[in-house]
Design a protein around this ligand. Structure first.
Ligand code: A3P
Length: 346
C-alpha cells in the first residue's frame, strides 16, 4: 500500500515538475521575443512621415511577424487589414545595388529591425519600362502591408546601372534614402560571371571562361564592353545618380564586411535611416556549414539565405585578377573621394 502511494506521489511530482519546466521554457521564449520587439522607440522625428505619431503599441509589435506573414500569403480579409491599421507604403529607402554586392543579405538583415518591412521580391519598377508605365499605384500595391510607423524597403540591384532610374526615383520622392552595397570590384565581377555561368549550365549551355570575357584578346586590355566589368566601375554609375540626389542621401555599405562582420555594417545603416538601434548580435549567428552569417528573429525562428547566395567562384588566372585590380584602382579612388568611404581595396 505504502509502495503504491509512493509511486503515485512520484508520478504526480514528475508531472508537476514537467509542467514547471515547460512554463519556464515558455516564459523564456516569450520574454526573448518580446525583448526583441518591445524596445521600438517613439517614431517622432524619424524618417519624415512618422513625425508626430504615437509609439507603436506593443500589441501590434507582438503580432508583427506572424500577422504580416499571413498578409503576405493573402490569408487575411480586408476587415483584418483595417482593424490593424495596415497599409501598403511606398519605400522610404531603396537598396539600388550593386548586383552581387550582397543586396539580398542586406535587405534580409535590415528586415530584422522591428521598424523595417521588406518587399520580398525585386519589383523592377524603375528599370523596366513596361512596369514603369503601369504607374506609381501599381508600384505601391506591390509593397508589403506594414504599420504606418514602419518603413518599407525594397531592393532591385539593376536600378544602380540603369540610365533612366535616378530621374524616375527622384520624381517619386526627391528625399528618399539610397543604399548602395559594394564589394571589391574584381570579386564582384567574378561573382556576377559565376551567376551567369550557373544559369547557362542549368540550361546545358556552354559559356566562355571569365578571362576571355574580361580581357579583350585583340588588345590584351580590360574589356570595358563586358557588362560585369562595367557594373564594377561604381563611380561612373554613381556620378549619374548625383545629377539628381545629393551625396548625403546615399549610404555606402561595405559588402565584403557584411559577409565577415555584419553587425557594425547594419548599425551604420540603422544610423543612416534614423532608426533606433535594434539589430544585435543575438540576431546574427555564424553557420559553419553555410560559411555565412544567418538570421535569428527569435528563439524559434531563424534562417539562412538561399544556396544561390554564396556560390563557389571559378578559379581565375592571377594575372587577369591583377590586371583588373589595376584597372579598377583609379575608379575606386574616385569612388572613395565622392562617397567619403574608403574601402581599402587593392
Ligand atoms: P557570392 O555568391 O559571390 O558569394 P546579391 O544578393 O546582391 O546577389 O549578392 C550575393 C552575395 O551576397 C553572395 O555572393 C555572398 O557572398 C553575399 N553575402 C553576404 N552576406 C551573405 C550571407 N549572410 N549569406 C549568403 N550570402 C551572403
Amino acid at each position: 500500500m505504502l509502495f503504491k502511494q509512493q509511486a503515485w506521489l512520484r508520478q504526480k511530482l514528475l508531472v508537476l515538475g514537467s509542467l514547471a519546466v515547460g512554463s519556464l521554457l515558455y516564459l523564456v521564449a516569450r520574454v526573448g521575443s518580446l525583448d526583441r520587439l518591445q524596445p521600438i522607440c517613439p517614431a517622432e522625428g524619424r524618417l519624415g512621415s512618422t513625425h508626430g505619431q504615437a509609439e507603436l503599441p506593443l500589441r501590434a509589435l507582438q503580432f508583427k511577424r506572424g500577422l504580416l506573414h499571413e498578409f503576405r500569403k493573402g490569408n487575411s480579409s480586408k476587415e483584418q487589414v483595417r482593424l490593424h491599421d495596415l497599409v501598403q507604403q511606398l519605400p522610404k529607402a531603396i537598396i539600388i545595388g550593386v548586383r552581387k554586392g550582397g543586396t539580398r543579405a542586406l535587405l534580409e538583415m535590415l528586415n530584422l529591425h522591428p521598424a523595417v518591412v521588406k518587399a520580398s521580391q525585386e519589383i523592377h519598377f524603375f528599370d523596366n519600362d513596361e512596369n514603369y508605365a503601369k504607374g506609381i499605384e501599381w508600384y505601391r500595391k506591390k509593397m508589403p502591408f506594414s504599420y504606418p510607423q514602419q518603413i518599407t524597403i525594397e531592393k532591385s540591384p539593376a536600378y544602380f546601372i540603369t540610365e533612366e532610374v535616378p530621374e524616375r526615383i527622384y520624381k517619386m520622392n526627391a528625399s528618399i534614402k539610397l543604399l548602395v552595397i559594394v564589394r571589391e570590384p574584381t570579386t564582384r565581377a567574378i561573382s556576377d560571371y559565376t551567376q551567369v555561368l550557373e544559369g547557362k549550365e542549368r540550361k546545358n549551355k556552354t559559356y566562355h571562361k571569365f578571362e576571355k570575357l574580361a580581357i579583350d584578346p585583340s588588345t590584351c586590355e580590360v574589356n570595358t564592353k563586358y557588362k560585369a566589368v562595367r557594373t564594377s566601375i561604381y563611380t561612373k554609375h554613381l556620378e549619374r545618380w548625383l545629377k539628381y540626389f545629393p551625396i548625403e542621401q546615399f549610404h555606402v555599405v561595405d559588402g565584403d564586411r557584411l559577409i565577415t562582420e555584419p553587425l557594425p555594417e547594419l548599425q551604420l545603416v540603422e544610423k543612416f535611416l534614423n532608426l533606433p538601434p535594434r539589430i544585435s548580435q543575438y540576431n546574427l549567428y555564424f553557420n559553419a556549414t553555410r560559411g555565412f552569417y544567418c538570421l535569428r528573429f527569435n528563439i524559434i525562428f531563424n534562417k539562412c539565405l538561399a544556396g544561390s547566395k554564396g556560390r563557389i567562384h571559378p578559379e581565375v588566372d592571377p594575372s587577369v585578377i591583377t590586371k583588373l585590380r589595376k584597372f579598377f584602382h583609379p575608379f575606386n579612388q574616385k569612388f572613395y573621394q565622392i562617397t567619403g568611404r574608403t574601402l581599402n581595396w587593392p
